[in-house]
Design a protein around this ligand. Sequence first.
Ligand SMILES: Cc1ncc(COP(=O)(O)O)c(C=O)c1O
Length: 391
Amino acid sequence: MIETATKPAVTVETASLDSIATPALILDVARVDRNIARLRGRLSDLGVQFRPHVKTGKSVDVARRFFPEGSGPITVSTLAEADYFASHGFNDITYAVGLAPEKIGRASALVAQGVDLTVLIDSVEQAGALADAAGRGVAMPAVLIEVDCDGHRGGLLPDDPALILIADMLRDGGVALRGVLTHAGESYACRDGAGLPEAAEAERAAAVGAAQALRAKGHPCPVVSVGSTPTAHFARNLDGVTEVRAGVFVFFDLVMHGIGVCATDDIALSVLATVIGHRPQKGWILTDAGWMALSRDRGTQAHPVDQGYGLVCDVDGVPFGDVIVGDASQEHGILTIRPGSTAALPELALGQRVRVFPNHACATGAQHETYQIVETGSRAIVAHWPRMRGW
Ligand SMILES: Cc1ncc(COP(=O)(O)O)c(C=O)c1O
């Protein structure tokens, strides 16, 4: 029986993939543990701390697979996650989304309750708002300045003069600068592993360059934080980096498979669906898992292998091959043969069950309230793990 961190522990003696209501979110815990061990081993060899991003699982039970006990370190993407994980004993938390000034009060409340919280900024306006709050005697989180390593989203270029200006404002306002953070989001544009070592090196160089610029002006910069699942798995050298963040690697998905980071049998998350109809003249098999269960994420659309709304497997999680969810409406999935393939649709009777690997595990997980936990190769549901949601 799998241990459940949430109390009361909910365990199920008889439920199985053949009997639970569908659609349902299935998590193969042995694959989760294997994915964690793989990245932990890499980062340990590279000599950096691991700060997993718990936004993928949004579950204390998943986070406890990283940290069977103890308080982190973890990365979160919302203050609701910070509240939730703090209430479960995690107190070393980096909130890695740019801080809205109106959220300073909530961040401060977490600090006041003993959480070692770090927030992320990339503007003088945010630095000013934090300095103002510190001036009012509010309990302050530590700060990382976001650095742009690849033009993906927010952050300052490592040589932007605003980097030093922000650090000066924080120091003068009595707010602790902890360091710099970057996220190589453009690594998701790589395919089949090509370009990933280079993306990892660009991520490292940008973060270390910004840290050096700050230190040259007398600012402390103890934390140099980088990370995305693709770069974390392909970095060859992390000199100057102190910690790596990664999130989706814990479950993996078809986008990561298309980028070349994992095999399909590393994918721990799937959606269990039931066949509800056939349209042989159209080459369709209908299921009860539409985009409400799978999400509307079409992250493999621009990949050489477009997986539609997901790759279809038998109930034991073995892919049929070229069968994908070719289209989806709210509560219908339409199973089809991948365009260009000469394969035939499998014989799937009404009521038969299939599993669907998701394009993007974070998005698919977010459609559900509970994980149904299985072990690889077994149909028994050994636990239910709740997920948190909200902002
Ligand atoms: C700031 C930040 N760090 C780390 C991650 C983790 O990236 P991945 O899910 O590729 O591991 C994300 C994901 O969006 C992020 O926004």
